[in-house]
Ligand binder design. Sequence first.
Ligand SMILES: Nc1ncnc2c1ncn2[C@@H]1O[C@H](COP(=O)(O)OP(=O)(O)O)[C@@H](O)[C@H]1O
Ligand SMILES: [Mg+2]
Length: 405
Amino acid sequence: MDPNANPFNPGAGTPPPELVGRDPILQQADTVLERIKRGRSERSLLFVGLRGVGKTVLLREVRRCALDKVYLVEMIEAQEEQTIAQLLVPALRRLLLDLDGAKKTLTSVKRGLRVLRSFLGTVKVKAGEVEVTLGVDPEAGRADSGDLESDLKDMLIALGEAARDAERPIALLIDELQYLPKRDLAALIRSLHAVAQEGLPLVLFGAGLPQLFSQVGEAKSYAERLFRFFEIDRLSHADSNEVVRGPVKEEGASVTEDALEEIYKQTKGYPYFLQEWGYRAWNLAPENSIDVEVAREATRLSLRELDHQFFRVRFDRVTPGEREYMRALAELGEGVHRSGEVADLIGKTTNQLGPVRDALIRKGMVYSPAHGDIAFTVPLFDQFMKRTMPMPTKSKRPRRGATTD
Ligand SMILES: Nc1ncnc2c1ncn2[C@@H]1O[C@H](COP(=O)(O)OP(=O)(O)O)[C@@H](O)[C@H]1O
Ligand SMILES: [Mg+2]
């Protein structure tokens, strides 16, 4: 069919033609935003799930909803090896300058800018130009202690007060939260908890990989009072069919039940893969309908494409030792496995493999849903590993008792 009319949108954070199966979550987000705007307290939302399930797309929807409600919105993405200050400072600066632009005379806004200046003085952040353009003196005694948690709290409270006085609620949207160092994440959560206790109109929505659950760590009780954790997962069979059928129908074409079956079987209902298969199938269909032959051909092409791009870029980021670990994990099949079993396959102890496992977690390749368990963060990655890497010759099993974890 005409590629120019292709409705599907495979990609990272690219909005789908039809956002299927997430209405209850969006309804919740709407309520949170409305209540915070009215000065009421409400737990915010944290979207947690594997790669490609639609977390970023949900954050974008929240962003749109917040803008409709006349929030000031900043959507930012944490990067590997980045501190909370490096991540936040540019966004805080934009927010305060926006508030300042709207209400030039507000003392709390001016004060917010001075507190940001103090904050900058205590954190190492590449923002040379920021200090200059802030054009204010630091606020003595605020956000200048050098203790991250206390300074961040001062900073966010000052921002919240400025927002309240300027009558512009603020929504801060942070994607890939799992990349924040544990200590920084804890400081952020506790600071936001203080902001919420003051009833200030500043709210954070976040998204990240499943390791977020455990990374929240000792800040857990704060996190639970601050957030509702939403596990974003693959779509149901019916919803998966709708992801493909809906947009095709909208364009005046059709797709057979067999074709939908093939697509669901291959994609297992993961949104990113559904978009990918839909996209290929559309372009391959000679007539106005996607049949099972076309769907099978889409499988062939999609897998080839994923192996060269989506999976490959992740594979290329890891060391040979880390690949060996991932290959062994893949050998165990889909889902969650004991890290002891992986170690058995490699012929080492879990202790020996600890650093490899930790590096893979830091890189966001695998996560540990519970102590001693391990799983891929990318759906269908096990199959890719099997296609790409032959299983190394089987090593001898380690001593008995060496693999308990
Ligand atoms: N609910 C949904 N219905 C249909 N397509 C979706 C849905 N959620 C996500 N997608 C599609 O899946 C892909 C991945 O979405 P993204 O938000 O980047 O996932 P994540 O942030 O969890 O890795 C995008 O192409 C997006 O259009
Ligand atoms: Mg994302």
